[in-house]
Design a protein around this ligand. Structure first.
Ligand SMILES: Cc1cc2nc3c(=O)[nH]c(=O)nc-3n(C[C@H](O)[C@H](O)[C@H](O)COP(=O)(O)O)c2cc1C
Length: 318
C-alpha cells in the first residue's frame, strides 16, 4: 500500500530546491506513494517566541505540545503528522540553512519532542483523558527523511554547516535520515534542470526513500543510503569537536562522545555503541535530554527577590 511522502522546499519558487524536491517526489509517486509538496516560504511561519508553554504544558499534563502563535504553522504541522517520509531541500545562506528553516526547526523543536509527547500521551491515556486533549498520536509514527542542501558556491566549504544543521528538522520527532545530498556549484548552472548529474542524483534520493518505505525490517528501513558512510556511524557526517581534555571528541550533530586516532596516517574516529545510542537522533539521547529538563530545570520562586533584582535592568539603555 502506498505511503505518504511530504516534500518541503525552503528555496525560491520554481528554482533549484523546489525542482529537486519535486523530482524526488515524482519518483515516489511513480512507486505508488501519495505525495504532497509545500513551498515553505509561501507560508506565514513566525519564529518561536521562547514562551516554552509547549513543554510546560506537556510536563504539567495540561497541554498537548501546541503553540499559541497564530500563523500558518498548523498547515505544515498537519502535513508532517500525516507523512511517512520527508524530502527536505534548503538553500545555503552564509554557509548554513535559511532563517525560515531554523524557525521551522524551532517550531517543531521541544513541542514535538517524542519523549515529552509520549510521556504526556501515556500518562493522559492512563488517567482516562480524551485522546483529543493529548499530544497527537501520529507524532510517534516512524518516519524517514532525505536531506538536500543546495549552495551556489563553487567551493564545497561554503556549504559547511548545511547538512549538520539540516539534521535539526529531524531531532525532535526522531525522523531517521536515510539519504542526504549536497549540490554545490549551483550558480554555475542557470537552473538545476540544466544539470543532469544532479537531476539523476535527486531521482536516486526519491528511489532511496521508496526503498526505505518498502523495508520489511527496522534495520532495512533505517539502512544508510547516502553516497558516503561518513565518520559518525549515526549521522554519517564528518564533523568533530575536540573537547578541552584533548582526548575526547564529540559529534556535534549527535552529541555523542568518542575517540580519535591516527592510523597509518589517516584520522579514524570511534564512538562506542553506548555513545551511539546517546545520540540526540535516537530515543535514548532524547530521553536523556527531556529527563534532565524535567528533573533539573528551576521553577519559579527559586530567587524570592527576583523582581527587586530585575529593577535596575528593566528599560536600561533601551
Ligand atoms: C543571502 C544569501 C546568502 C548566500 N550564501 C551562500 C553561501 O554561503 N554558500 C553558498 O554556496 N551559496 C550561498 N548563496 C547562494 C544560494 O545558496 C543559491 O542561490 C541557491 O541556489 C538558492 O537555492 P534556490 O535556487 O532553491 O532558491 C546565498 C544566497 C543568498 C541569497
Amino acid at each position: 500500500m502506498g505511503k505518504k511522502v511530504l516534500g518541503l522546499s525552503f528555496g525560491r519558487k520554481n528554482k533549484n530546491c523546489d525542482i529537486m524536491v519535486k523530482t524526488a517526489l515524482m519518483e515516489c509517486e511513480k512507486a505508488g506513494h501519495e505525495v504532497k509538496f509545500i513551498h515553505v516560504d509561501s507560508l506565514d511561519i513566525k519564529p518561536c517566541t521562547g514562551c516554552i508553554s509547549c513543554v510546560v504544558g506537556m510536563i504539567s499534563g495540561r497541554g498537548k505540545g501546541g503553540c499559541p502563535i497564530k500563523d500558518d504553522f498548523h498547515i505544515l504541522d498537519e502535513a508532517i503528522m500525516e507523512c511517512d517520509a520527508m524530502i527536505v531541500g534548503c538553500p545555503t545562506y552564509e554557509t548554513s540553512p535559511t532563517g525560515r528553516f531554523k524557525s521551522v526547526c524551532d517550531r517543531i523543536g521541544p513541542s514535538h519532542d517524542i519523549t515529552f509527547r509520549k510521556a504526556a500521551y501515556d500518562e493522559g491515556i492512563a488517567a482516562g483523558k480524551d485522546p483529543s486533549k493529548l499530544p497527537d498520536a501520529r507524532s510517534f509514527k516512524k518516519r524517514v527523511a532525505g536531506l538536500i542542501s543546495v549552495g551556489g558556491a563553487m567551493t564545497k566549504n561554503w556549504l559547511e554547516f548545511m547538512l549538520p544543521l539540516m539534521y535539526e528538522i529531524t531531532f525532535s520527532m526522531g525522523t531517521d535520515v536515510v539519504d542526504m545530498h549536497e549540490y554545490y556549484g549551483a550558480m554555475a548552472f542557470e537552473h538545476v534542470l540544466g544539470n543532469e548529474k544532479e537531476m539523476e542524483r535527486t531521482r536516486k534520493m526519491g528511489q532511496n526513500i521508496c526503498a526505505a518505505l518498502a523495508a520489511e525490517t527496522e534495520e532495512e528501513r533505517v539502512a544508510w543510503r547516502g553516497d558516503e558512510q561518513g565518520m559518525c556511524p549515526v549521522c554519517h557526517l564528518n564533523m568533530v569537536n575536540i573537547l578541552p581534555d584533548r582526548e575526547t571528541i564529540e559529534c556535534p550533530v549527535c552529541g555523542s562522545y568518542g575517540k580519535l586516532a591516527i592510523v597509518d596516517g589517516k584520522i579514524t574516529v570511534t564512538y562506542t555503541p553506548e555513545e551511539q545510542n546517546r545520540s540526540r537522533l535516537r530515543w535514548a539521547g532524547k530521553l536523556e535530554h527531556s529527563t534532565e529538563i524535567k528533573t533539573r530545570a528551576a521553577g519559579p520562586g527559586q530567587i524570592p527577590d527576583l523582581k527587586e533584582r530585575l529593577k535596575p535592568y528593566i528599560g536600561y539603555a533601551e
